[in-house]
Design a protein. Structure first.
Length: 87
């Protein structure tokens, strides 16, 4: 099993775009017992990926509860870098 932050980045290479809630849902089966699989920690991991140039924001919207959902994607160069280092 790879570290959770690696799994989060790798997930973005398999989808067109995703928000933190999408990541949590996708990784729940394998990482459901991890304390870090909570929205604040996942958002932090995504934003770290963005700060490091691996991910970019694509859009945002309000969900039915009025909470902001920010979507990100791994652009080609970011996905290539992620796939080079995380097999």
């Amino acid at each position: 099993m790879r570290p959770l932050n690696f799994a989060i980045l790798k997930y973005f290479t398999t989808v067109k775009e995703a928000c933190a809630d999408d990541v949590i849902e996708a990784l729940r089966g394998e990482y459901g017992d991890f304390k870090a699989l909570k929205k604040p920690a996942v958002v932090e991991a995504i934003m770290t990926g963005e700060a490091n140039g691996l991910l970019e924001e694509t859009r945002y919207e309000l969900d039915s509860k009025g909470e902001l959902k920010v979507y990100y994607r791994a652009h080609k160069e970011g996905a290539d870098t992620i796939n080079t280092y995380i097999k």
